[in-house]
Design a protein around this ligand. Structure first.
Ligand code: 5GP
Ligand code: ZN
Length: 113
């Protein structure tokens, strides 16, 4: 997608602090972290949100979550971490490219605001 911020980050056209890169998945630190560890894990492929996933994306989803688990271990989040994906404006989605927030390193409250 020509005008998508996260497509541009995945393509290296916009700078970010990358922490993981593979053929299908990219992960980078959130520019405005809400926890000591706050990483965004995204598919390279432009998918608007989790609302646009289909069964054909099963392998990609597996890679996204395996990446999340690997990064959580690397970041020392053995006591727990949170994975969030916002869908649509009411949920607070501000970038329309599927992304999973990996957050940890502090006690999380529930329910989220
Ligand atoms: P959303 O609100 O869509 O769930 O999450 C979007 C996230 O992207 C926010 O946490 C925001 O801080 C982060 N973000 C927005 N622009 C940039 C950017 O240019 N670089 C990085 N690394 N993160 C960004
Ligand atoms: Zn995109």
């Amino acid at each position: 997608m020509a005008d998508c911020l996260f497509c541009k980050i995945a393509a290296g056209e916009i700078e970010s602090e990358l922490v993981h890169e593979s053929g299908g998945v990219v992960a980078f630190r959130d520019i405005n972290p809400a926890a000591p560890t706050h990483i965004l894990v995204i598919p390279r492929e432009h998918i608007e949100s989790a609302d646009h996933l289909t069964e054909t994306k099963g392998v990609l989803l597996g890679e996204l979550f395996a990446t999340i688990a690997g990064l959580a271990e690397k970041e020392g989040l053995g006591d727990g971490y949170r994975v969030v994906t916002n869908i649509g404006r009411d949920a607070g989605q501000s970038v329309d490219h599927l992304h999973f927030h990996l957050m940890g390193g502090r006690q999380m409250s529930w329910p989220p605001g």
